[in-house]
Design a protein around this ligand. Structure first.
Ligand code: B12
Length: 209
């Protein structure tokens, strides 16, 4: 399936109701959810970032586009989660301290739920102590950290340090500025480029691949 230009444009224009309507129409017509995401919705957010870099749009426009994107994701969420049967393992996920971006993190959480994982989503702006407490309380063996800013990704190293006494917990990181090299540098167990990759890495870590 090629890009749905109407959907792409509606996200960029921040037209929440139009996005919800178009996504619903596509779903009703049997469109492939992955293609909708990968060919129309995620590229629109990428384009928004590029326009921001070129000073063509500012934070309010990014925010409005993000809300429109979320309206579409809400419709896709039950479809992505539908495949999940018995939970395979528990995963704690959150966006690190100082960072408020959550669209990518939410998408990763949705895909993991769809793949049968139980996901405890802590939200955004999460301190190392809260990650450590949640892992303890939930008895989770996988911790996933998201960061979208070059400044906040540094904090992932702090979280890894805070969990140094829990070598049994596998830490996976991701987000636009994060790389596999950075993951190696801070000594975490995995890096995922996107939400599909995130599922593959977790599958490998829990031995389900
Ligand atoms: C929407 C948006 C916002 C919204 C966020 C709303 C929300 N609820 O999330 C708002 C308006 C709040 C915002 C604010 C800011 N933003 Co902003 N934002 C974006 C934008 C346009 C899109 C992000 C997005 O949702 N992408 C779509 C999702 C699906 O992609 P994703 O997040 O990358 O996630 C995928 C992968 O990275 C991966 N992934 C993500 N997390 C994880 C975790 C794991 C464990 C794994 C395995 C994988 C994984 O899987 C996801 C799905 O495939 C980006 C541009 C861009 N190209 O990323 C800028 C961008 C990230 N923002 C930027 C900036 C500068 C800011 C502000 C500082 C602006 C300001 N001056 O105030 C503030 C910071 C606020 C804060 N403290 O966090 C810069 C960052 C530059 C940098 N290198 O640090 C970017 C790159 C824009 C730019 N080109 O300059 N932003």
């Amino acid at each position: 399936m090629a890009r749905n230009q109407e959907l792409y444009d509606a996200i960029l224009a921040g037209k929440r109701k139009d996005v919800a309507r178009i996504v619903q129409e596509c779903v009703d017509a049997g469109a492939d959810v992955q293609s909708l995401l990968n060919e129309s919705m995620i590229p629109a957010m990428r384009e928004m970032g590029d326009r921001f870099s070129r000073n063509e749009v500012f934070v309010p426009e990014m925010l409005i586009a993000a809300r429109a994107m979320k309206a579409g994701l809400e419709i896709l969420e039950p479809l992505l989660a539908a495949a999940g049967a018995t939970p395979r393992a528990k995963v704690v996920i959150g966006t690190v301290k100082g960072d408020l971006h959550d669209i990518g993190k939410n998408l990763v959480a949705m895909m993991l739920r769809g793949a049968g994982y139980e996901v405890v989503d802590l939200g955004v702006d999460i301190e190392a102590d809260r990650f450590a407490e949640a892992v303890e309380k939930e008895q989770a063996k996988i911790l996933m950290l998201s960061a979208l800013l070059t400044t906040t990704m540094q904090y992932m190293a702090e979280v890894a340090k805070r969990l140094a006494d829990r070598p049994d917990v596998r830490i996976v990181i991701g987000g636009a500025p994060v790389t596999a090299e950075y993951a190696r540098e801070i000594g975490v167990h995995g890096y995922g480029r996107d939400a599909n990759d995130a599922v593959k890495i977790v599958d490998q870590l829990v031995g389900a691949a």
